[in-house]
Design a protein around this ligand. Sequence first.
Ligand code: MLT
Length: 404
Amino acid sequence: MFRVNENFAKLPGSYLFATIAKKVAEYKEAHPESEIIRLGIGDVTQPIAPAIIEAMHKAVDEMGRAETFRGYAPEQGYDFLREVIAKNDFQARGCDISADEIFVSDGAKCDSGNIQELFSADSVIAVCDPVYPVYVDSNVMAGRSGQYNAESGRFDRIVYMPCREENGFLPELPKERADIIYLCFPNNPTGEAIGKEELQKWVDYANEHGSVIIYDAAYEAYISEDGIPHSIYECEGAKTCAIELRSFSKKAGFTGVRLGFSVIPKELKCGDASLNAMWFRRQGSKYNGTPYIVQRAGEAVYSPEGSRQVSEQIARYMKNAGTILNGLKGLGYTAYGGVNSPYIWLKTPAGMKSWDFFDFLLDKANVVGTPGAGFGPSGEGYFRLTAFGTYENSLKALDRIARI
Ligand code: MLT
């Protein structure tokens, strides 16, 4: 008889956003007349920018002609895309990252779940708490955790670094062994960002302790303040200790198009083992390349027109973020984020549990958000709203919240 990967049995419940979608579908079925405003999952609502659509049309036409048809894409991504990424996202910010350190993929969710394959099964991972659930789930599936403790909401053998109001939502350096440290800034879910000096401490720590930082910069395009690093490679020494993950989902509205990339510097080594060479090997075996049409779409994000259009989209979402953040504060809520990120992290009123607040808000205001506890035990008592809705719906949601 075959045996299954028993690590899956350690995972409690279903994936956070699947649970929410199910609850909302049930509510909608019971209340078909309700007009639900969805500010839960961070899914974009604005259409793909015209310059990007034009590039995709052109690429589609190329695929229909024998002279320009393309088959399998290179497993690391086309040069034309990796080169514009290296130039615009890194070299323009003074980061010495070259095209051969960039691996194009079908999105940062897959990369953040897959990247753990590079590390030994007995590695200890450290995560912020609250945390984007993929980092934890993927390591649990791979056997890097002990059992789940329902009372504490934590897995044994995983180091949790609480990020709460008291520490400005910034984790403290771990006191125990942490081989792989996941950091996400601007942070999902708290919406708070990290300053360059503070991030430098993590890079120094990792280099000193022989740890690797998996730096998820999916929300980098939303940074509005000076002094906030867009890339971990703005910190000295990051190339010997950090992998960076990037996404086009939030930057250019590609949640349904699927495009992201990982940066694995050539200097990042464990003895003789190069993580860049290992990931190249891994992608060769397991990935057949991101579609040509999608990579041409990605390239267009960096064209003068494309980049102007995506900046305008981001500005519209950030107008929602400011409206929600200030609106909630005006209603007496304590709320964070929303300045360098599209997420607003509010404290639930009267110490309500976050899932209770989810039900309350859904029922009384027909507004969907994400319960903080779904991101980890330190998220209890908090709630996340996204700025990815329309402006009209952001205002309407606030108005309904004001009435409850
Ligand atoms: C979120 O809502 O946290 C994100 O949309 C999830 C994701 O990007 O996979």
